[in-house]
Design a protein around this ligand. Sequence first.
Ligand code: GCO
Ligand code: MG
Length: 413
Amino acid sequence: MTIERADVICTSPGRNFVTLKIVTSDGVVGWGDATLNGRELAVASYLADHVASTLIGGDEDRIEDTWQYLYRGPYWRRGPVTMAAIAAVDMALWDIKAKKLGVPLYQLLGGASRDGIRVYGHASGADYAALKDAVSGYLEEGYTAVRVQAGVPGLGQIYGVAGNKPGTRYDYEPAHRAPDGSPATRPTEESWDTPAYLAFMPEIFGHLREDFGSGLRILHDGHHRMSPIEAARFAKDVEPHRLFWLEDCTPGEDQSALRLVRSHSTTPLAVGEVFNSVYDYQTLITERLIDYVRSSVTHAGGITAMKKLLDFAAIYGVKSGMHGPTDVSPVGMAAALHLDLAIHNFGIQEYMPHNETTLEVFQTSYTFDRGFLHPGDATGLGVELDEKSAAHFDYTKAYLPVNRLMDGTVHDW
Ligand code: GCO
Ligand code: MG
């Protein structure tokens, strides 16, 4: 059989998503996630204008060959736009293959290596009292791992700190539209002060250990905002509180900078949500400078590429900790869950549940039970996009925020 259609669907059920639909000549449909938060239309164009016509008439069963064709063929390599586009094609082809064989995708990846996938939720609070409430809420829902972010005295709204009322837990996450819901014209801006953060944040972990004991897995995201020496100090200061991981303590593309952090602390390090290829990890993995690989299937070239990256990491004792924000669509999330279930070197999975509107458009079969996810046993990825419902939600331009230091200098965020 051959690939008959490859259509790109941009929709905004609560937030923007780019989805690729591949249809074979015998009517099998495969779905792929190509969402790149805040830069969605660049990937949509890459797929619709440069990739789709090259797929038509091709053999949908040749997944590896198609991956290499899209990666090596165009000469220009890597980058988030290209790799999200390749990822979407790759996911859709795996979805089709598993559907044709009548099995859930994880069976083609070696079968289940575990019964459930431990996930972490996002707890945050403008102050410690609010954070403590948020953590307690997650524990009541059965979570065994939480990422904690807290407001820093003297700073306003910062990344990762949301309201904790029902329905506002993840308010910081979607890229921003204009306040009235219309398309945004420019990003909002936040301000940041690393010395204030370094002085304040470590004691938060001390309070958490006092209140919740040593069993809770505590994660924290530095969101690329520290310099190597600041990160080394932070990782050393928080060492007594035994974090599960410290994420993106520095901008990770400077791979050798992590040597400095590593040489000062045994706090486990997680890096890679902005990476898009195994080569971004070469030094980090071979020198054992990190403990967890943070890429998502959507941003790192699909299931084919992630499986190779995670197998490479396994040789060096590095585990998975795949990115799972709401800007990875339910299709991308399902792809992660099938891999999580199958690989041996699974570490943890990030889980930010999508809102009800998103889940009306994307019909999922993965399940959550007391802190663990399972991809389900529907054939393929187990997610179907309802195109009629998607058509009600027009793509609406939105931007991630920009971060500035107190003196106005643009900073990493
Ligand atoms: C995380 C992330 C996200 C990113 C977002 C950007 O650890 O989940 O840092 O929240 O900020 O994916 O689009
Ligand atoms: Mg992160």
